[in-house]
Design a protein around this ligand. Structure first.
Ligand code: ZN
Length: 193
C-alpha cells in the first residue's frame, strides 16, 4: 500500500525512532509499504518517520541512480552495490570513517527543495536486516550519503539541519511556506476529529 509521505512541519519528523526488538508481521508489512511508497515517489531512501512512524527503520534502493557512484565493502571485500539492493536497515549504528565531502541532497519530505550538504565520504554501518539478522558493511559515495541522511531521520534530524547558513538562508522562504502548509493541513485534520 502506498502511504502518504509526511512533509516538513509535521512533528513526527522530529521524533527519535523507537528501537525495533523483533521483526513482526506488522513490521514486515510496514517495510513492504515503505518500499512501495518510496518507489512511487522515485526516492532512493525512506525513513519510518516519513510515513508517520517513529521507529528505527529505513529502506533504501539506489539502483535507479546511475550517475552518482557508490562503494560497498563486506568484511573488507569490495562488493557490487546493486547486488545489495534493496536494503533494509533496522536500529542502524553509523560511524564516519572518511573525510567530509559536499554533495547535493533532496528529501521526499521536502518536495523540490535541494541543497549541498557536507558529510563524511564513507561510513561503517551495523544494523539488522528485514529478517532481523545482523549485517555489517562499509560504504562510500552516494550510498554513504543516503545511509547518513536516513539514519539522521531516525533520530529526528533533517538535512536542513546540516546545511550551511548561506544555503539555508537561500531556501528560507520555501521552507517557511512548506512548514506553514503542513501545519495548516494538520490543523484542518485536528478540527475534523
Ligand atoms: Zn529525507
Amino acid at each position: 500500500m502506498i502511504l502518504p509521505v509526511i512533509k516538513y512541519g509535521h512533528p513526527v519528523l522530529r521524533q527519535k525512532g523507537a528501537r525495533i526488538e523483533s521483526v513482526t508481521a506488522e513490521v514486515r508489512q510496514l517495510i513492504g509499504d515503505m518500499f512501495e511508497t518510496m518507489n512511487a515517489s522515485k526516492g532512493i531512501g525512506l525513513a519510518a518517520q516519513q510515513v508517520g512512524q517513529a521507529l528505527q527503520l529505513t529502506v533504501l534502493d539506489l539502483r535507479v541512480v546511475t550517475d552518482r557512484p557508490s562503494t560497498l565493502e563486506l568484511k573488507g571485500k569490495p562488493t557490487d552495490v546493486n547486488d545489495f539492493m534493496p536494503l533494509v536497515l533496522i536500529n542502524p549504528e553509523v560511524k564516519p570513517v572518511g573525510e567530509p565531502v559536499t554533495g547535493p541532497e533532496g528529501c521526499l519530505s521536502f518536495p523540490e527543495i535541494y541543497g549541498d550538504i557536507s558529510r563524511p565520504e564513507s561510513v561503517d554501518v551495523k544494523a539488522l536486516n528485514e529478517k532481523g539478522k545482523p549485517i555489517e558493511f562499509r560504504c562510500g559515495g552516494l550510498l554513504a550519503r543516503a545511509v547518513q541522511h536516513e539514519a539522521d531521520h531516525l533520530n529526528g534530524i533533517l538535512f536542513i539541519d546540516r546545511m550551511d547558513r548561506k544555503t539555508k538562508a537561500e531556501l528560507r522562504d520555501e521552507l517557511d511556506e512548506l512548514q506553514a502548509t503542513t501545519k495548516a493541513a494538520l490543523e484542518v485534520t485536528r478540527k475534523k476529529r
